[in-house]
Design a protein around this ligand. Structure first.
Ligand SMILES: [Zn+2]
Ligand SMILES: [Zn+2]
Length: 232
């Protein structure tokens, strides 16, 4: 779709390929059914995530149900941000377990005493080892979903925090995510600064040659995340 490559906001081309946009929104979105063929291709390309979440406190059933709603929302956010190119296939939640540095067992950790906290003191939430295979997110149990999505983008894609006014979910700092839409900056919208010379999408495309921006496939909606729980 050449017109979109030149201008991702090209209205006629967007509408012709099934996107719509409300007048007060920046995002182009697509509704529709699950495109199973597309989902299978994501699974084959390792773009379907399996996450493990460790809650250090003893969480009750009410909390765990609330948290699952948050995670389903997180899945849709990741789908939106990556233009249907990454989703969370499954999540295993364990409570009453120490979250150590083994990130394959503890990809997201809710530390002791942070169960009902939306924004942790000093940093909201954080991602250790950004962009490495052992990335790990530390957050409160009621972390805002867009902050969780921001941290996961650090982990998966190694994109840095931005503080220079480009319209991007990766704007960092406490309450610093100022974009109301779930978008990452691209070469058109990015405002370069010495510590962030490259747009987020350019960084992602360099790293994952199979991903596209804009993604013009009819990717439909995200499948639900399969969540399993070990409630100790
Ligand atoms: Zn950005
Ligand atoms: Zn930017």
């Amino acid at each position: 779709m050449l017109a979109l490559r030149i201008d991702p906001d090209h209205s006629t081309t967007r509408k012709a390929t099934g996107y719509s946009r409300k007048s007060d929104e920046v995002n182009w979105t697509r509704s529709g059914e699950i495109n199973q063929k597309w989902i299978n291709s994501l699974q084959a390309n390792k773009q379907a995530l399996s996450l493990s979440i460790t809650i250090e406190d003893d969480a009750d059933a009410v909390f765990i149900e609330e948290y699952q709603w948050r995670l389903q929302r997180l899945n849709r956010f990741i789908w939106q941000i990556t233009e249907g190119q990454t989703y969370i296939k499954d999540i295993h939640i364990r409570d009453k377990t120490p979250g150590d540095s083994n990130s394959s067992l503890h990809r997201i950790v809710i530390p002791k005493g942070q169960l009902t906290i939306p924004v942790m003191e000093g940093g909201g939430a954080l991602c250790k080892n950004s962009g490495r295979p052992d990335w790990q997110v530390i957050s409160g149990g009621r972390c805002y979903v867009r902050i969780l999505a921001h941290e996961i983008c650090h982990g998966l894609f190694g994109v840095p925090n931005e503080r220079h006014g480009c319209y991007c979910l990766m704007q960092g700092g406490l309450y610093g995510i100022k974009t109301k839409d779930l978008v990452l900056c691209d070469s058109r919208s990015h405002r370069p600064a010495p510590i962030t010379p490259t747009s987020c999408w350019d960084t992602i495309l360099k790293r994952y040659s199979g991903m596209k921006h804009p993604n013009t496939e009819r990717f439909g909606r995200a499948p639900e995340t399969l969540i399993t729980v070990t409630d100790h």
